[in-house]
Design a protein around this ligand. Structure first.
Ligand code: NAD
Ligand code: IPM
Ligand code: MN
Length: 357
């Protein structure tokens, strides 16, 4: 039976990298005889908002819940719609309403890409950020008082539930167990944030008892960011709260050369709802419309989607194709962020061709 995929390109370079993501998936489907059925939606973009006054139609949940997966580009066009409106009205709704409580973000220095960190070679940087994706600092608990007066107060509470913390930790420990180094690093800030972060540490210590074979360490987020730059080779699986995971998952890819290649999987592990696959990067208004965005983040997210849908061979062929094209290093094919002078399409086509061969 066909697997149904909802395609939502979003804004800016989302609309440019998405066709390359679909092209690569179609190449994989052809080679591995997969029956993928793509349905394109125009909602979840700022253009849709300007026309309808909201980012999503009222029945979006009903429309999307039956899909096997959601393939998303990027959202946000701050010149026309404030970011908190576009993002809380779309992506963050998907993550929360579809209970995609894991945000899995690999960081890997690929062959042919130069790390901005001196002396780092492929193999030196290869870790996962596992980000809590439905609660924490991204909470809707809070408010404004005395608005417009000298006494103005704004508050937004961090929410950690035992279920929410334990389930992301369990996922991260399970993942660490599958890796050769079996190492887990927890991002904390329990020296300064004195209620939620000590709680996070406590739950890590409790969970660690069930995984005696996993080596666990923790760093406060401030020094952890420094260590990402100074010692990226220390890390294997890094688990963090929603905000810490967000920050680390831009920093990690920057250490591997460009945020343009970084993929992510917003996963509902139980399969009660569709999971969502999207690049880590945003809509990049500074380069949108030029056809120069790197499509690898989108394509690699497609590979994570196929893996999630049970097509391990096809997923591996997609990642292998990305690596092969990068290793070849043809400057006419590669995009500018990785030292080439090619286009979104030249790089996307080269990868799709390689997947098909
Ligand atoms: P961004 O990721 O869009 O861009 C940051 C920098 O990285 C820019 O200089 C951009 O040109 C570059 N970049 C990003 N993707 C690239 C690619 N594929 N190839 C080459 N270069 C790339 O982050 P931002 O500028 O902070 O945000 C822009 C908009 O995107 C905002 O509206 C923001 O809220 C939104 N955003 C959305 C998502 C998402 O949809 N998941 C993620 C991050 C930001
Ligand atoms: C990401 C993005 C989003 C986040 C924004 C756009 C709301 O930065 O996917 O990393 O903070 O989660
Ligand atoms: Mn982010």
């Amino acid at each position: 039976m066909a697997q149904r995929i909802a395609v939502i390109a979003g804004d800016g370079i989302g609309t440019e990298v998405m066709p390359e993501g679909v092209r690569a998936l179609e190449a994989a489907a052809k080679r591995f005889n997969l029956d993928l059925d793509f349905h394109t939606f125009d909602f979840g973009s700022c253009d849709y908002y300007l026309e309808h006054g909201q980012m999503l139609p009222n029945d979006w949940f009903e429309q999307l819940k039956g899909f096997d997966a959601l393939f998303y580009g990027a959202v946000g066009w701050p010149d026309t719609v404030p970011d908190h409106i576009s993002l809380w009205g779309s992506l963050l709704q998907f993550r929360r309403q579809f209970d995609q409580y894991i945000n899995l973000r690999p960081c890997k220095l690929m062959p042919g890409i130069k790390s901005p960190l001196a002396g780092r070679e492929p193999g030196d940087i290869d870790f996962y950020v596992v980000r809590e994706n439905t609660e924490g600092e991204y909470s809707s608990v809070g408010g404004k008082m005395f608005e417009g007066t000298e006494r103005e107060v704004v508050m937004q509470e961090t929410v950690m539930t035992r279920t929410g913390v334990d389930r992301v930790l369990k996922y991260a420990f399970d993942l660490a167990q599958t890796r050769p180094r079996k190492k887990l690093t927890s991002a904390t800030k329990s020296n300064g944030i004195s209620i939620t972060m000590p709680y996070w540490d406590e739950r890590v210590a409790e969970m660690a008892k069930q995984y005696p074979d996993v080596a666990v360490d923790k760093f406060h987020i401030d020094i952890l960011t420094a260590n990402f730059v100074l010692h990226p080779d220390w890390f294997d699986v890094v688990v963090g709260s929603n905000l810490f995971g967000d920050i680390l998952s831009d920093l990690g890819p920057a250490c591997t050369g460009t945020i343009g290649i970084a993929p992510s999987a917003n996963i509902n592990p139980e399969g009660n709802f569709p999971s969502l696959f999207e690049p880590v990067h945003g809509s990049a208004p500074d380069i949108a419309g030029k056809g120069i965005a790197n499509p690898i983040g989108q394509i690699w997210s497609g590979a994570m989607m196929l893996e999630h849908l049970g097509h391990q061979d096809a997923a591996k062929a997609m990642v292998d194709a990305i690596e092969a094209v990068l290793a070849e290093g043809d400057a006419d094919v590669l995009t500018r962020d990785i030292g080439g002078q090619g286009t979104t399409e030249s790089l996307g086509k080269a990868i799709a061709e390689r997947i098909g061969s």
